[in-house]
Ligand binder design. Structure first.
Ligand code: FAD
Ligand code: MLT
Ligand code: ZN
Length: 478
């Protein structure tokens, strides 16, 4: 990738030797010390196949104590470490840049407790999101977050990236839903912040430092999270809008008219739909063929089947009368609902199949959001495909530029323009994916020098040797 080629390995970090390997094998057992080339190739490469490290070692601890001893050792030897969850991150944060030791959390996947009265789940960081969803389903509960990567991402990775996803509109961010964490600091100290209380104002709420810190301040080993009950009435509508301004008005009306049952408001443009139809198996447009420029997926979640359905239908009739939607369908059963969701959730995969992709994840005031997509299209002409989709209900645009292969000519047309535009409009250059390696040098577009300086001081306090996920999140100059 363009970002990593400019970086040099920090010479203060040691290189692995035979004594290190011997120590880790004694600590973890042979099979949890992975040196196999094929296995390492996979964990050195990110989901997009855009970032590639050259680590010679992956460690698979089974509990917080092993994580603690690993970090204590690495800190004393000044060996750099990358914490890795499901490796679905999209900003190059989850893979080594050079030869950092990969600490993989996948073996720590036990559910510790679930309290049906409070809905509080406590589990290890390596639990895969979808297995938590399945566990909770049997208890009549759901996870407060949902994302397309649920089959492989881990709750520890979700917390470490402060993942947003498809349900944030109703359930809010992980800063609200995570009630406690256990983390291991770079020194090996285990920090117990594993509260299970809704309310606890005893001083600084330190867990928030680790939510969204992308493995740069500590390794998350346990998570306590508030889960909502599974409500019986979920409805999904897939709608077509003629222009972006209609999508925006539709969002305003949906908040007003659907109120407390609105659980998702996602949008995609025609180019995104095209990719989904061309690259995803079994995906078809549920709306009759016609020229639609935008699609909106609306989901409602509530407790009363007839009441919720009526509410949604009345809203659709009203929106049709206002001329905000040109067509639409309401899923009639679970299977139809999931095939509509598949279109939206499948876009990242479709983009991958279409070739190389430049991915931007931006918070932009809703009324300005699509101007950026239009402007980018004008800049790039026919040299690349510009695709817009995302969590419109949260003001989060996913701007993706798809080309047959990575191309420096295209890249210089995109950056720094995209960051300058976002900054000028007081947006965020990372809405939900994080900073990782991709945006470490770009952080000033969204954060003041004072804020970045304080971040660097906190990093230095918690990880004085800088062994945790080096080259990521913070700019080199800090
Ligand atoms: P990884 O990719 O392994 O790691 C991500 C970062 O967290 C790295 O910096 C890593 O060092 C750190 N990390 C991982 N585990 C730990 C731990 N236990 N302790 C400390 N640090 C750790 N993101 C969204 O926000 N919303 C979406 O809707 C969304 N949809 C996606 C859809 C697809 C198809 C894909 C591929 C990705 C999507 N993502 C989305 C991005 C990604 O899935 C999330 O960022 C996810 O939370 C990462 O979890 P992971 O376990 O894969 O973490
Ligand atoms: C999504 O909303 O689909 C994810 O954040 C992944 C992406 O941006 O491609
Ligand atoms: Zn997203």
């Amino acid at each position: 990738g363009t970002e990593s080629t400019m970086l040099k390995r920090n010479p203060k970090f040691s290189t692995l030797n035979d004594d290190d390997i011997r120590y880790f094998k004694e600590l973890l057992g042979e099979k949890n010390v992975v040196q196999d080339e094929d296995a390492l190739a996979a964990v050195n490469t990110d989901w997009m196949h855009k970032y590639r490290g050259s680590s010679k070692l992956m460690l698979q601890p089974r509990n917080a104590n092993e994580v603690s001893l690993i970090l204590k050792y690495c800190n004393s030897r000044c060996l750099a470490v990358v914490p890795q969850g499901g490796n679905t991150g999209l900003v190059g944060g989850s893979v080594p840049v050079f030869d950092e030791v990969i600490v993989s959390l996948g073996a720590m996947n036990n559910i510790i407790s679930f309290d049906k009265v409070s809905g509080i789940l406590v589990c290890e960081a390596g639990c895969i999101l979808e297995s938590l969803v399945n566990f909770l389903d049997q208890q009549g509960f759901i996870m407060p977050l949902d994302l397309g990567a649920k089959g492989s991402c881990q709750i520890g990775g979700n917390v470490s990236t402060n993942a947003g996803g498809l349900r944030l509109l109703l359930y809010g961010s992980l800063h609200g839903n995570v009630l406690g964490l256990e983390t291991v600091l770079a020194t090996g100290d285990v920090l117990d912040m594993l509260g299970t209380l809704r309310k606890d104002n005893t001083g600084y709420d330190l867990k928030h430092l680790f939510i969204g810190s992308e493995g740069s301040l500590g390794i998350v080993t346990k998570v306590s999270i508030l889960t909502p009950p599974k409500l019986p009435s979920v409805n999904v509508a897939f709608l077509a809008c003629h222009d972006y301004s209609s999508c925006q008005k539709l969002l305003f009306e949906a908040k007003l008219k659907l109120g407390e049952i609105l659980s998702a408001f996602e949008f995609l443009d025609e180019q995104a739909m095209d990719l989904a139809l061309n690259h995803l198996e079994g995906v078809r447009n549920p709306l009759p063929p016609s020229l639609h420029n935008f699609y909106v997926l609306i989901e409602t979640t509530g407790s009363h089947e007839t009441y919720d359905k009526e509410k949604l239908e009345a809203f659709l009739v009203y929106s049709m009368e206002l001329g905000l939607i040109s067509d639409g369908v309401v899923a009639q059963d679970l299977q139809q609902a999931s095939s509509v969701w598949r279109i939206r959730e499948g876009i990242p995969e479709a983009l991958m199949k279409a070739g190389a992709v430049y991915k931007y994840d931006l918070s932009i005031p809703v009324e300005k959001m699509y101007d950026l997509v239009d402007e980018m299209r004008n800049r790039l002409g026919s040299s690349a495909r510009v695709v817009g989709y995302g969590h419109l209900g949260d003001g989060n645009l996913h701007l993706n530029i798809s080309c047959p292969q990575y191309d420096d000519k295209v890249f210089t047309q995109i950056e720094p323009f995209v960051y300058e535009w976002t900054s000028k409009n007081r947006g965020s250059i990372s809405a939900e994916h994080g900073v990782g390696l991709m945006k470490a040098e770009k952080i000033f577009y969204s954060k003041s020098p004072g804020a970045v300086q304080l971040m660097a001081s906190i990093k230095n306090l918690l990880d004085p040797n800088g062994i945790l996920n080096p080259y990521k999140v913070l700019p080199r100059s800090s």
